[in-house]
Structures are given as structure tokens and as C-alpha cells.
Design a protein around this ligand. Structure first.
Ligand code: 4AD
Ligand code: MG
Length: 460
């Protein structure tokens, strides 16, 4: 007999159907003549109740089972007399795979997110993390579906690279040098001894490679892990996170903004339609109102304004900010929150930032002061997308590189795209975990990635 998943059992089964299912005991209640076992197999939020009667040959062992044990159950579906569920399973055979002793940490009570982070190897077995990782899974699929439907080519950009895309120097170095015994020449480690014969690091972004491919395939996207050694211990930063980076040729900032808005709405809608049970859980238990919020966002237009306009709104707001607002300074999360939550009450796209606070590759505006950047800010999370139109004029790009302290010779391959058949192009990066946070309402980014990497933490 073939094994069934609880998700399908609950959706389509009929009384008296024979069933075989496998899973883990969430809770158990015993009486004199029988035990009730609540089983979950991860296929959905719901458990199914199994009635195991004393007449079963191995009832003595079944009786001793505790929360966390893994079993297989053969039996028949019967209408359940209990409230809140249509069916239960009357067991005919219960096979025990692995019992769990008394010290199983996930006993039936509410655990704090902090405690669950310490047992990240077991937390996927809880309701909250079951829902988080099912939504994360669907969201990843939605990303590919959106781009594939719109003729984007998926590029696997490299994880090890010798360039610093963001020019921020926040990179993890990759080396096979023996750190206890490094040959030094002219006061610096001699990287010619290193694996790649030069200094290499984990990528902070796949954008530069995406740009190269966009000049061949017109529209492309990457979806991969990215790494940043920024020492930010916040609820929105990880040292290892996943980013989706589309890049479109023959396009500028307007097309880029439209793409970002259509893309976000598509993946939000996808989750509402395909994760309804889990979304209901987030709505009831994690962030009340989140379903209505997402629906409102899908059916309204994002707000768009320039950095200069944003700064003047913030200065006139009468709010007391911890970080003062002034033209030229980067927007802090309190400023982003004011714009999205208080002023507009919806996602906001801020464009045309001062060049000093943005990366070298962004297209310089006529004013010579601002660049064609765009950040998409959302209520609760703040910056979810960062992107721009790219500087596609060879000379201007070279001088922006020099201004930013980069050596154009190191980027000869990137500059070649501007030398041979250059085109206006644009793109952006969506922080995948921030998108999961936004959709689920989970407060801390460490709770939407299976095994978070943060300063001083690489456990599991
Ligand atoms: O704004 P960022 O730094 O932009 C880039 O990396 C560009 N190369 C993207 C592009 O134009 N192709 O990062 C993009 C997004 C941010 O908006 C944020 O959502 C997320 O990546 N992000 C992080 N997420 C988690 N932890 C971190 N430390 C993050 N840093 C950025
Ligand atoms: Mg950014």
C-alpha cells in the first residue's frame, strides 16, 4: 500500500478509506482502553488524530510513546466524534521507527523564538517553523515562475569571486593559505601562493555577472546565496542571505520600478493563493491583519518619490528622529518606517539618491549629484529591494570607479560590456529573507532562514 500525506488525506479522503501514513507524534492522550496520537508529517499545518486501541498487538510499546516519536500507521478513516476535525484514523497496525525520550525539547507549550533558535535542528517540527518553511518554499517557486513566465533567463552567478560588487569591502575571504604560516612580501600576504593565485572572496551580489548576461540575453535573473561580513546585529541582517537579482537590457529606471512592483505583487499573491492554511496561522498568531495588508498592497499602487522629496517630507514631519535627517545622509530605518507606515501606509519606492551613498555602477543623473537608484521600502521591514539604472557610458563609469576607490583595471571584463555594444540597462536585488519576513510577519530575520549565520554564530 502506498503511503499518503496528511495534506491530501484531509482534502480528499472518504470514511472507510484504507490509509497508510508516517510522521511524528505531536501530542498523545491515554485512557484505559486506548491512546489518541496526534500525528504531523510536515505536509501541512494540520495534524491527524490516530486512535490506537488496547487490542493492537504492540499496544504496550505504543502506550509508552512520547511526543516526538516517529511512527507509521496503517488503518481506516472514520468520522471523528471530536470537535474541529472531520476524520481520525482507527489504527490496525502501528510500527514504531524511533521513540523519543522524555527530554525531547518540543513539549506542548509555547516556546520563545530565542529558545527555538538554540534548537534550530528541531524547530522545523513546530507549527510556526513548519509554516515559515512551507511559505519560504512556495515563495522560491513563485520567484522562478514569475521570471520564467516573463522570458527571463536564470543565471547561476558564481559564489566565489575576486571582485567587490558593492564596493563596501564587507567580504568574507576565501583562502587555502595556512593562516599560521603565511609568506609575506612587501608587508602583505603573498596571494600568489593562494588557491586562485589572488585574493578571492564570497560574493556580496551576483549583479555584475547578471549585467554581463543581460547584454546577451536581454532579461536575466540570479537567485543565489550572498555573503556580507557586516557586523550588524539587527532583526533584518544576516551574514549569509539569499538574493534575487533581475537585470533588464534596453531599459531604464521606470521599467525597473514597474518590474519590481509587478514582481512583488505576483509573489505576494502566489503565497496568499497557495499557502492559505499557513497564512491563516500567521494572521491569527504572528501578525494580526497581515492577510488584509497583503491584499491591500496587491490591489493598490506603490508610492514613488525622489530621495530629495523624501528628505523634505521627513524634515517637515515634526517627528523626533534619533538620527537627524539631512540631505546627503542615508535614510535610517526609523525614516523608512515613517515614510511607509505613517506617511503613506504602503510600499514606497525612493529614487535618485546622492551618489556618495550609493555604489559606483549606478547611472549618474544630469545634476552630477544624484544617481538613478531605487530602494523599495515596505511597512514593518523597511528596505526590501535595492536597485538602479546602470551607468552604461564607458567614460563616466571609469571615473565613478576611480571616485569610489576601485581600480578600473580589475574590472576590465565589466567595462568591456560598455565598450562593445553597450545598452541602457537596469536591475535590482530582492532580499529573499526580507520578503519572507514581510509575507509572514515574522519579526526576526533569523527565524525565516533554516540555519541563520550572524556575527559570532554559525551553529548547525
Ligand atoms: O541594496 P543591496 O546591497 O543591493 C545589491 O546588492 C545590488 N547589487 C542589487 C542589484 O541591483 N542587483 O541589497 C539588495 C537587497 C536589500 O534591499 C535587502 O533586501 C537585502 O538585499 N540585503 C540583506 N538581507 C539580509 N541581510 C543582509 N545583510 C542584507 N543586505 C542586503
Ligand atoms: Mg541597499
Amino acid at each position: 500500500m502506498e503511503r499518503q500525506l496528511i495534506k491530501y488525506l484531509l482534502a480528499s479522503a472518504q470514511p472507510a478509506d484504507k490509509v497508510l501514513l508516517k510522521g511524528w507524534i505531536r501530542t498523545k492522550r491515554d485512557s484505559k482502553e486506548f491512546s489518541f496520537l496526534e500525528i504531523n508529517d510536515g505536509s501541512c499545518m494540520s495534524n491527524i488524530q490516530v486512535l490506537a486501541e488496547r487490542s493492537l498487538s504492540n499496544y504496550e510499546e505504543i502506550e509508552k510513546l512520547k511526543t516526538g516519536s516517529s511512527i507509521s500507521v496503517k488503518g481506516r478513516l472514520v468520522e471523528s466524534p471530536a470537535q474541529g476535525q472531520r476524520f481520525e484514523i482507527k489504527a490496525e497496525e502501528v510500527e514504531i521507527y524511533g521513540p523519543a525520550p522524555e527530554d525531547y525539547p518540543l513539549q506542548k507549550k509555547r516556546h520563545s523564538m530565542e529558545f527555538l533558535r538554540e534548537i534550530a535542528h528541531l524547530r522545523p517540527r513546530t507549527n510556526t517553523f513548519g509554516a515559515v518553511f512551507r511559505v519560504r518554499n512556495k515563495l522560491s517557486f513563485a520567484v522562478h515562475e514569475f521570471f520564467q513566465k516573463n522570458d527571463f533567463l536564470h543565471v547561476h552567478s558564481p559564489i566565489i569571486t575576486a571582485s567587490d560588487c558593492e564596493g563596501a569591502g564587507e567580504m568574507f575571504q576565501v583562502t587555502t593559505l595556512d593562516l599560521k604560516n603565511i609568506r609575506v612580501s612587501e608587508g602583505r600576504p603573498d596571494f600568489t601562493d593562494d588557491f586562485f593565485g589572488r585574493q578571492a572572496n564570497l560574493t556580496v551580489s551576483g549583479q555584475l555577472e547578471a549585467e554581463l548576461f543581460a547584454t546577451a540575453f536581454d532579461r536575466v535573473y540570479t537567485f543565489g546565496p550572498t555573503f556580507r561580513a557586516e557586523n550588524s546585529n539587527t532583526s533584518r541582517h544576516l551574514a549569509e542571505f539569499w538574493m534575487i537579482e533581475p537585470e533588464i537590457a534596453f531599459a531604464g529606471l521606470q521599467e525597473n520600478m514597474r518590474l519590481a512592483e509587478d514582481f512583488l505583487k505576483y509573489i505576494f499573491r502566489y503565497c496568499l493563493e497557495n499557502c492559505s492554511e499557513d497564512m491563516k496561522f500567521f494572521n491569527d498568531r504572528i501578525q494580526p491583519g497581515i492577510i488584509d495588508n497583503l491584499e491591500a498592497i496587491i490591489s493598490s499602487e506603490f508610492e514613488a518619490l525622489s530621495y530629495t522629496e523624501a528628505v523634505s517630507i521627513l524634515m517637515q514631519s515634526g517627528e523626533k528622529f534619533e538620527y537627524p535627517v539631512k540631505w546627503g545622509a542615508d535614510l535610517q530605518s526609523e525614516h523608512e518606517r515613517y515614510l511607509t507606515e505613517k506617511k503613506f501606509g504602503k510600499p514606497v519606492i525612493v529614487t535618485d539618491y546622492p551618489k556618495e551613498i550609493k555604489a559606483f555602477y549606478m547611472r549618474l543623473n544630469e545634476d552630477n549629484k544624484t544617481v538613478r537608484a531605487m530602494d523599495v521600502l515596505v511597512p514593518g521591514v523597511g528596505e526590501i529591494i535595492g536597485g538602479s539604472e546602470r551607468e552604461y557610458r564607458y567614460e563616466v563609469l571609469v571615473s565613478r570607479m576611480k571616485e569610489s576607490g576601485l581600480n578600473p583595471e580589475d574590472y576590465w571584463w565589466y567595462l568591456d560590456t560598455r565598450k562593445y555594444g553597450t545598452v541602457p540597462h537596469a536591475g535590482f536585488g530582492l532580499g529573499f529573507e526580507r520578503a519572507v519576513q514581510f509575507i509572514t510577519g515574522m519579526q526576526n530575520i533569523r527565524d525565516v532562514i533554516p540555519f541563520p549565520r550572524t556575527p559570532k554564530n554559525a551553529a548547525f
